[in-house]
Write a new protein. Structure first.
Length: 310
């Protein structure tokens, strides 16, 4: 068996993107099974990996019950990532303690108990890691959704970003929300007590536009706001649908001006995955590029340049 040191679990449906990202990162790929990619190197952040298994081990098993017992002896919580032997995998998972986690209420801390990952390597061998990068099964965060107030489900992206990073706008901080309509992100930011300057050619949902602290500039493009005239900004948010290269050109202007401290933007790929532009974003100091649980063919770029003002 291969001496695997790290296993990457691809975001579902984006296995080809993770495969290409591994190749471009020049990580030594030992094997691939379904959405699992095994390497002999230490873990590095990969945008298209939904979860990372650290120091996985091969465990011989004599039966379904023996497999479950051996996993339970390591820790309580396990989530299967089946690549083969699907019926046998389901029978083993059924003998493990139920995970039983309710969707996370936004504002609650991350789950404290570790979440392991496992798969069947063959009929009589487990591949398992009790130490993974995410406390959520398969690396997919689940929130108790608000189905009444936000005008779109885009708000879930910000909920996940703020929960995973522990960073969010403080009360009274100035946030730009570029390409904001119908207002899912503005709704989150205003709900945190931030001051939100919202920019879009379209109008915000009326209930969002009426929230305290929201100032909406309708009829304007997200790309038309000049950083030179915007002054100091605490956060810049952008979830606009555009080519990543166009987003890069805009963000580059803001970075050169140096008047914004924190960024959260969505890279939405139109057709092919633009790895070159994604790598430019990832190369910005203090940056992180990730595939959120509710991202589709897109990545979320985070850059926390400086600490919040006291």
């Amino acid at each position: 068996m291969e001496a695997t040191q790290t296993v990457y679990l691809a975001a579902e449906g984006y296995e080809a993107q993770l495969d290409e990202e591994l190749r471009r990162s020049r990580l030594p790929l030992l094997w691939r099974r379904g959405g699992l990619f095994g390497t002999a190197s230490c873990a590095v952040p990969l945008a298209w990996a939904q979860n990372i298994w650290f120091n996985p081990v091969f465990i011989p098993m004599a039966s379904i019950g023996d497999a479950a017992a051996k996993l339970r002896s390591l820790q309580r919580n396990w989530a299967c990532a089946p690549c083969d032997f699907f019926r046998r995998s389901a029978l083993i998972q059924a003998k493990l303690p139920a995970i039983g986690r309710k969707p996370l209420v936004f504002g609650s801390p991350l789950p404290k108990l570790p979440m392991g990952g496992w798969t069947l390597w063959d009929e009589n061998t487990l591949l398992a890691s009790s130490d993974t990068a995410s406390p959520f099964p398969g690396g997919r965060a689940s929130f108790a959704e608000n189905t009444q107030e936000p005008p779109s489900r885009a708000y879930l992206k910000l909920w996940e970003v703020f929960t995973l990073t522990g960073r969010r706008p403080a009360h009274g901080e100035l946030c730009l929300d570029l390409g904001s309509a119908p207002g899912g992100w503005t709704w989150v930011l205003a709900g945190l007590g931030a001051r939100v300057f919202s920019v879009d050619k379209a109008e915000l949902a009326s209930r969002v536009a009426a929230m305290p602290g929201v100032d909406h500039c309708a009829g304007s493009s997200a790309f038309g706001l000049d950083p030179q005239s915007a002054g100091e900004v605490d956060w810049l948010f952008c979830d606009v649908a555009c080519y990543p290269s166009r987003l890069w050109a805009m963000i580059e202007r803001w970075l050169k001006k140096g008047s914004c401290r924190n960024f959260v933007c969505t890279l939405k790929f139109q057709g092919r995955t633009d790895f070159e532009t994604a790598e430019r974003f990832a190369g910005i100091p203090g940056s992180q590029l990730m595939h959120l649980s509710c991202n589709k063919h897109e990545l979320t770029w985070l850059s926390f340049q400086r600490e919040n003002r006291g």
